[in-house]
Design a protein around this ligand. Sequence first.
Ligand SMILES: Cc1cc2nc3c(=O)[nH]c(=O)nc-3n(C[C@H](O)[C@H](O)[C@H](O)COP(=O)(O)OP(=O)(O)OC[C@H]3O[C@@H](n4cnc5c(N)ncnc54)[C@H](O)[C@@H]3O)c2cc1C
Length: 515
Amino acid sequence: MAKQRTTARPRAPTGGEAMVEHFDVLIVGAGISGVAGAYHLQKQCPDTSFVILETEERFGGTWWTHRSPGIRSDSDLHTFGYRFKPWIGPPIATAEEILSYMGEVVEENALDRHIRYRHKILKADWSHEDSRWTVEALRTDTNEAVRISANFLWMCQGYYRHNEGYTPEWEGMADFKGRIAHPENWPDDIDYAGKNVIVIGSGATAATVVPAMAESAAHVTMLQRSPTFFRTGRNAIDIAETLRELDVDESWVHEVTRKKIMFDQAAFTERCFETPDQVKQELLGQIRELLGPDYDVDKHFTPSYRPWRQRIAFVPDADLFKGIAAGKASVVTDEIDRITEAGILLRSGETLEADLIVTATGFNMNVMGDIAFSIDGEPLDFHDTVTYRGMMFTGVPNLAWVFGYFRASWTLRSELIADFVCRLLKHMHETGAKSVAPALRPEEKDMKLFDWMDENDFNPNYLMRALPVLPKRGDKREWQHTQDYWREKDEFPAIDLDDELFVYRRGVRSNIAAE
Ligand SMILES: Cc1cc2nc3c(=O)[nH]c(=O)nc-3n(C[C@H](O)[C@H](O)[C@H](O)COP(=O)(O)OP(=O)(O)OC[C@H]3O[C@@H](n4cnc5c(N)ncnc54)[C@H](O)[C@@H]3O)c2cc1C
């Protein structure tokens, strides 16, 4: 199915202010986070009216827009799936399986009635006068502009620009006689059977595309500038298998398996920080065993950074390595000099010939869904704000932002934030607050501020490219976006909503003086 793209200018909204529909909450995006938000809002705040606006024609986000061969998760679905809906398939799942799981959640909870598809939000303005957001969206099917207002904006927009992956500019790209495709814009009509394919990249996407294409291509070469860490193992989880053998109810299997996975992940993450060399040798040992003693693992699979400074992709059933061992795929570690008519000329002088080049070169991060934000008509630059626990921003009222984990499943954070937002909304309702925005406390006014992410902690290229537009971080946990699920799972439910860092307003501006 071809993806929809609209470049035409929107037609002005029809009607005046009377036409602006209003909701308590507006959720941006119907990916795995937006659907989590809607589910929890409906369960925890049943009297709250809400709408989800989604650019695409279906829910699913990442799992709907990505259609390249072999597309699958690289973390397990017990923790990437929701805590409230048991996952009963193999832990690493295809996009289709994830969409079908999300489809059940949408159907079982009648969430579809809240979703407006083909609505791409372009602008959002907060009015202090009215204590509400007004968003302007483009209906991509009719090219109409639609205006909707909401008391609270819940940003579940994901972290990268869908429909436009990141492709560096290489000299000679126009000369190439074959096709060049990015996994985020996978054309429906690509036939690679019997063809020579080069996949540029070394991350999770490359590791997925390479074995999938190697099944029918003549040969697939994974061309990387530098190597990445991988983990590999069976696409199964022992404890889940044992519990199922014992005929334990699936909801218990899900719960226990989640706990076991999170326990193991915590231990692994700790070891990556405490004994990185040992972990590195273990990871490389797995690969040496699969590729044999003559394979140059040092050159092709030994990164220069310590484990977990970038995401570690899980390769289920070692399919990437089995493809390499069988000669269907190979890895070249080199730099691109230029693209030629026939393929790629490398800095080493070697030429790789190809019929198809796949650029698995990453994302263009989009911090806030490419929405032009303003407050009382004044443009808002999120880089001027400080992040409150990676989910709110100083001086920005009634807005929560979902940005998940990299070192654990993304969704674990989406659900922690969902619980926080529901608690905050209930608190505001009970206290009659119309708006809330975090603010640095008096003793924090001179706090040293840093880039959003510490480069020594986690530093993939797409994130480093986006630091100039991301909010800032302070030197206390409240003012940081940590990657620490294991602490946040206890800290978030304990957040004191009456802490002075939450600045509440009890009326619309015109009434404040009278309060
Ligand atoms: C190939 C691939 C594999 C991945 N595998 C994993 C994994 O195994 N584990 C893991 O934890 N993470 C993984 N990730 C990261 C993944 O993106 C997230 O985990 C998760 O799917 C993000 O969900 P989300 O709902 O927050 O965002 P998204 O999936 O990005 O969905 C956001 C939605 O918001 C919509 N939207 C954005 N802006 C607007 C706007 N202005 N107006 C209206 N709608 C808008 C988009 O159309 C989209 O549908 C993977 C990412 C990719 C690309």
